[in-house]
Design a protein around this ligand. Structure first.
Ligand code: URA
Length: 275
């Protein structure tokens, strides 16, 4: 589920209540002379604070909620084991962190912010675009400019949204200067991240918007106009995911004639989801 302001406020409230309703007492650590706080808190109160800290971490690192962690505060051994264990597993948070510091291609040196993607973690649909533009580069979030607003409207027309049932990502995670198409070596350098995202998200359907996405993921050689309107199989490890290609929303902003076929594609997508 994506980060919701109401969830932040609720968690903040719970954390604040936990802090202020408790008996604090301070004692000196005899040898160091520093002061620590021992707080007689219930496990629920500790969990509320941990939830809030996890939520803040999710917000700062990648912008979507990781699975809620339940801590066993009374069993320190378990807690340490669990924390270490989860480090070895791949996760969306881990991918987002790697993307943030990635310098595997030249886009790493010109970006303001990387844009790993955002949305729910068990999506019906994973939408894949080309790469961040200026607005996305500034905010570190995918599809937030004019094209992104149109994409949100298109998805809403078939009851889809990045807040409830979609994940939005791009072929490359950093902005190509002047919004040029990403070069093949840049797409290749980033495919490692997209591959892992697809595996983790395991969407029911992938929607590719635009030529770059279709060329990169399906190795399509024909333009969107020729390959839209039908499903392809995308095989990744031992999973097969149906893929639909449609026009990029920025193409729709420039050419009215694409709107009708794009709408046909969206209806086809909805039928497949419901089927
Ligand atoms: N265009 C894209 O392909 N992706 C974005 O995130 C924004 C615009």
């Amino acid at each position: 589920m994506s980060v919701h302001f109401d969830r932040v406020v609720t968690s903040l409230g719970a954390a604040a209540r936990s802090f202020f309703c408790l008996n604090y007492f301070f004692y000196p650590f005899t040898n160091t002379g520093c002061y620590g706080s021992i707080i007689s808190m219930t496990s629920l109160e500790k969990q509320n604070i941990a939830d809030f800290l996890d939520l803040t971490n999710d917000y700062l690192s990648c912008g979507y909620l990781s699975e809620k962690k339940v801590y066993d505060f009374d069993n320190t051994e378990n807690f340490i084991e669990n924390t270490q264990g989860s480090k070895n597993d791949d996760s969306l948070e881990q991918i987002a962190l790697e993307i943030k510091s990635c310098q595997n291609c030249q886009l790493g040196s010109t970006r303001k912010n990387s844009v790993p993607g955002e949305g729910v973690t068990n999506p019906l649909v994973m939408v894949i675009g080309e790469g961040p533009g200026a607005d996305e580069d500034t905010l570190g979030r995918p599809f937030v400019g004019k094209a992104g607003q149109l994409l949100d409207k298109m998805l809403a027309a078939i009851n889809l949204s990045r807040n409830t049932n979609c994940f939005i990502a791009n072929i490359v995670k950093c902005r190509p200067p002047n919004n040029r198409d990403p070069y093949p070596e840049e797409r290749a350098a980033c495919s490692f991240f997209l591959h892992r995202q697809i595996l983790l998200l395991n969407p029911k359907i992938i929607l590719l918007v635009g030529n770059v996405a279709a060329q990169s993921l399906l190795k399509a050689t024909e333009p969107v106009g020729k390959i839209r309107g039908k499903f392809f199989d995308y095989k990744i490890e031992n999973v097969t995911i149906p893929v639909l290609v449609t026009y990029h929303p920025s193409a729709l902003l420039h050419n009215e004639n694409y709107k009708r076929p794009a709408w046909e594609d969206l209806k086809l997508l909805r039928t497949k989801i419901d089927g």
